[in-house]
Design a protein around this ligand. Structure first.
Ligand SMILES: [Mn+2]
Length: 808
């Protein structure tokens, strides 16, 4: 058994629908299955997923209010009115504002841009910004990525003689602003067929409408904001991002080129992941720690040197942001350890002075990743005692609902199931922690606390081909709403396994299907090299992961990138010939125990009754030590006396038993999930049985000697050398003679019996015991790993299927 780190959820697809889609679109069944499990059962809809022509974009005038917006802006252009673009400081807002800048430049408008300061002004339209616009002679404000909730501010502007065109994508409130035009696909009654546009997506549609043609050159900007704002990469968004990324390979913007360069992506194939994790954080850093205007300048300048200068300063800000996050995470971890040393809290709530409110959301997300629990991180303002908090949650715990239960404690709160924000006085943080944890006790089950890995389907190893993977990749870009395809493969044999990397931190497996000799596939698990010894050579492993194509020296081979791995059966580790099995056992068993949160297993070791002395100090090991006695197991240390042998999840067999029955009895009383077979005290002499001629030769030497003192064995040397026996085997023969009364020992003197009774060697108990050990040796030493594993597994007590408990 090797437990998975996560709960696996494998999507299902209706077989008939898959077959139909595969046939109609000539798709690999795996790809057809993926599409069906993602809800694309209709062949036409599915086919459109592969078509990314520019003609696939919807008519921008399908957006309710678009005609009014276009008319009002055209009027402003004709009259030469001063226009102000009002945006937002996040990456969506920045790309929207930049796109509008390019648009108004082309239209020859008299315009400028305005982005409120994150800390000093906060999100959205505000009256002092409108006052400023009035002072500057602005008569039309066009909002991007904001404005839908600004009913009051729009009315205030109207009072000052300023018209507002609102373009936004946020959820509209009950009452819309009375603006010159309101464009938002989520507006009630808006017939626009795709509701998931980002703020920059709406701005892109406005540009399309104003120009009367698709402004392809601005797809790059639209792609950045769409990915950064975590919009689902389906429908029109997927089109925007796919085409935008393609153009980005040779970007026409000095700013994008400079950003790719500082992110180390020049010359690489840009993916949606790069936008999310390399470009967006650098653009966001500007609004988080400084003013977002710099980022707008970066995306709108044509001056290469200016672009490089800003990209470098954003990169430095981003590094500063990362440093701040790391430092805050470190402090938060110390707080968690201090206030909850046994980590019993199901909801982590940490608060401190001096934390930057601009990064607490990222810190909360990092803590969630680490502990897989709901997290609230609060930055306390020392002067006012007010704490600003950011929360992240896991499925099963609705953070917004939880905060609603705590409403009396809070000054403000808002958000949804997975993420929320709040303001609370520092004196009430303790109550908040208690209340959130009380709710967690009611709402969260033990299973909820184990992370989930989702996979599209279970597939066969035969499906893992370059051809199939290419088809899967044609469904990119992957990201929000169109996740990277993951698959489960089960029951694979391990043909080879090794650790890679300087510290052996990565795991590389060569996996094959038990039936086929051909078709072995390599699998790589980053950061899980520590599992190397937990996978027995005889294991049948299940993996969950992504597929990709590994190109090396011009050869393209399919590869599985392992996200999680499990071995769902009892494992027998062939540790015969392993040096220091006791130390290694402690290490490997502890790696296993870390895999099962909340279900600690225990370990046990078995030795033969005699002969273990000197190898193991029973009091120096921290697990139970038992001897395989003739009649029963004999506890040899305190742990063994206090624990139940049957319950040990990990069992190390240190020595070779004297008789098979001894080991069989022990195994029958064990529910171990992992058995490590070391038989470390075996040596060549263990069960060698000298032939009868050798017994005869030694007996003749004994008879010739007549009598001798105990300890004086020198007379046996010539015969021992002549027939090539070890000293211990020679002594064994003498012991057999004594047992059969061919010789006698009195007061330390051996003498030959004058006329012994004729007896067969087999009458000797010693002789028979050695014969039995030959059986033991045959089975436990000379068997191959598979035979040994089958023998041991077949003798274990039937065990409860703990795997199923974990998997649910
Ligand atoms: Mn947005």
């Amino acid at each position: 058994m090797l437990y998975a780190k996560t709960r696996w959820k494998v999507g299902g697809a209706d077989r008939a629908a898959v077959d139909r889609l595969a046939a109609e679109l000539k798709l690999h069944p795996v790809v057809a299955g993926m599409m069906v499990s993602r809800g694309m059962t209709d062949a036409r809809e599915a086919a459109s997923f592969f078509q990314s022509g520019k003609d696939r974009f919807h008519d921008p005038f399908l957006l309710d209010g678009m005609a009014d917006a276009v008319a009002r802006i055209r009027l402003a252009l004709e009259r030469g009115e001063k226009i102000r673009v009002y945006g937002d400081y996040d990456a969506d807002g920045v790309s929207s504002t930049s796109l509008m800048t390019h648009l108004f430049r082309r239209l020859g408008a008299d315009f400028d841009t305005y982005i409120p300061h994150r800390v000093h002004e906060g999100y959205g339209l505000n009256n002092s910004a409108i006052d400023l616009a009035k002072q500057n002679g602005v008569s039309l404000i066009v909002t991007v990525d904001t404005g839908i909730s600004a009913k009051e501010q729009v009315a205030y502007a109207a009072g000052l003689g300023i018209d507002v065109v609102v373009t936004d994508h946020h959820e509209p409130p009950e009452e819309l602003p009375e603006a010159a035009a309101v464009v938002n696909p989520k507006k009630p009654g808006c017939p626009y067929p795709f509701k998931g546009l980002a703020g920059v997506g709406v701005a892109f549609k406005l540009a399309h409408a104003l120009l009367g043609e698709l402004p392809e050159e601005w797809l790059e900007l639209a792609a950045i904001g769409t990915v950064a704002d975590l919009m689902p990469l389906v429908g029109e968004n997927r089109l925007i991002v796919k085409l935008g990324i393609e153009r980005m390979q040779a970007s026409e913007y000095a700013g994008v080129r400079a950003l790719l360069d500082v992110a180390g992506l020049t010359g690489k194939d840009v993916t949606a992941t790069h936008l999310a994790f390399a470009l967006a954080p650098r653009i966001n850093a500007s609004g988080r720690l400084d003013h977002a205007e710099d980022a707008v300048r970066l995306l709108t300048t044509e001056d290469r040197e200016e672009a490089e200068r800003i990209a470098e300063s954003l990169d430095a800000l981003n590094k500063e942001r990362q440093r701040l996050v790391e430092e805050t995470v470190k402090e938060a971890l110390a707080l968690v350890a201090e206030q909850d040393p046994e980590s019993r809290d199901k909801v982590i709530v940490v608060a401190a002075e001096g934390w930057n409110a601009g990064v607490i959301g990222i810190v909360a997300a990092k803590l969630l990743e680490r502990f897989y629990r709901p997290v609230v991180v609060l930055a306390i303002d020392a002067a006012t005692g007010s704490a600003k908090g950011s929360a992240r949650s896991i499925p099963g715990y609705d953070m917004y609902r939880a905060l609603t239960h705590c409403a009396e404690l809070l000054d403000h709160y808002g958000g949804h199931q997975a993420a929320a924000g709040m303001t609370v006085h520092r004196d009430r943080v303790g109550d908040l922690r208690a209340m959130l944890n009380k709710l967690a006790d009611e709402w969260l089950t033990e299973d909820d606390m184990i992370p989930i890995s989702e996979a599209d389907a279970e597939i066969a190893l035969e499906d893992v081909t370059v051809d199939c993977i290419r088809q899967i990749e044609s469904l990119a870009p992957f990201g929000m709403g169109n996740p990277s395809p993951r698959f489960v493969l089960t029951g694979l044999t391990v043909r080879d396994r090794r650790a890679l990397g300087r510290e052996g931190q990565h795991l590389k497996l060569t996996l094959a299907s038990p039936e086929g000799e051909a078709n072995a596939v390599e699998a790589i698990g980053f950061g899980i090299g520590g599992l190397l010894e937990t996978i027995a050579s005889t294991a049948r492993v299940d993996v969950l992961g992504e597929l990709n194509i590994n190109e090396w020296n011009g050869v393209r081979k399919p590869q599985i990138v392992i996200q999680d791995i499990r071995v769902p059966h009892v494992q027998v580790y062939d540790w015969r010939g392993t040096r220091e099995p006791v130390g290694k056992f402690a290490e490997v068993a502890s790696v296993h125990r870390e895999r099962v949160s909340g279900k600690p297993g225990s370990a046990a070791m078995l030795v033969r009754e005699e002969g273990y002395a000197g190898r193991i100090d029973p009091d120096a090991i921290d697990c139970g030590l038992w001897a395989m006695g003739d009649r029963s197991l004999i506890p040899l240390n305190r742990e063994a006396r206090e624990t139940d042998f049957a319950e040990a999840s990990d069992l190390l067999i240190v020595s070779l038993p004297d008789r098979l029955e001894h080991l069989e009895r022990a195994l029958a009383g064990s529910r171990a999930e992992r058995v490590y077979a070391a038989f470390a005290d075996w040596n060549r002499d263990f069960a060698t049985m000298p032939p009868r001629e050798s017994f005869k030769a030694v007996y003749q030497a004994v008879v010739r000697q007549g009598s001798w003192e105990s300890g004086d064995w020198f007379f046996l040397e010539p015969v021992r050398r002549k027939i090539g026996l070890s000293e211990s085997l020679t002594r064994f023969m003498v012991d057999v003679f004594e047992e059969l009364e061919f010789i006698r020992k009195q007061a330390d003197v051996y003498s030959v019996t004058a006329s012994p009774r004729k007896r067969d060697l087999a009458e000797s108990r010693l002789y028979r015991a050695r014969l039995a050990r030959a059986d033991v040796e045959q089975l436990l030493i000379y068997s191959n790993a598979r035979q040994l594993a089958d023998w041991i597994t077949g003798r274990l007590a039937v065990q409860p299927n703990r795997m199923m408990e974990v998997l649910g």
